[in-house]
Write a protein that binds this ligand. Structure first.
Ligand SMILES: [Cu+2]
Length: 182
């Protein structure tokens, strides 16, 4: 009973935070975008509140974080590792900023390609690289040193894409993750 109560309190905190953030962005941004962001945040917070009683203690804070991100319309965080990307599987279309941080030990890059391939790790390869004559990146960062960060700004229409790293050998080691743009 005590635990169940705690989840409700945590979920309620998330809802309040999302509503506050939604209210702030309403004043600062274009009314239409702010309303939409607030609606998304509210929906996420409502979902979090509904799911919280079922969730484990570690999942409840995660739901709160999701609601906060939706309200702020923040850049899409990407953590680069050997040899993958940690990123949300779905992002909102338009002018998108991927804020990439290299959390690995080797230099990496972040590039984005448009592909609806079932397995984005099995696209055509040439000379140890993803064949960019077949899948041309829509944008890419410079190489990012270990511990450093870089932003990738790109305009994306709804559809299916993949984030890839085409530092020699890295694509073949599996550095590609699918991402859906709504
Ligand atoms: Cu890489």
């Amino acid at each position: 009973m005590m635990l169940k109560k705690r989840y409700r309190v945590m979920a309620a905190t998330g809802l309040v935070a999302a509503l506050l953030l939604g209210a702030c962005s309403k004043k600062e941004e274009a009314p239409k975008a702010a309303t939409k962001a607030a609606a998304t945040a509210t929906a996420a917070a409502t979902k979090a509140a509904t799911e919280a009683p079922k969730a484990t203690a570690t999942e409840a804070p995660k739901a709160t974080a999701t609601a906060t991100a939706a309200a702020a319309a923040a850049p899409v965080a990407v953590t680069i590792k050997e040899f993958t990307f940690e990123v949300a599987s779905t992002v909102k279309g338009g002018d998108v900023t991927f804020a990439a941080k290299n959390g690995g030990a080797a230099p990496h890059e972040l590039a984005i390609i448009k592909t609806d391939a079932a397995d984005v790790k099995k696209l055509p390869v040439k000379d140890g690289l993803l064949d960019e004559s077949v899948n041309k990146p829509l944008g890419r960062t410079p190489q990012i040193a270990a511990g450093a960060s870089a932003d990738l700004k790109v305009k994306l229409e709804p559809g299916k894409y993949a984030l890839i790293c085409n530092v020699p050998g890295h694509y073949s080691l599996g550095m590609a993750v699918p991402i859906t743009v709504n």
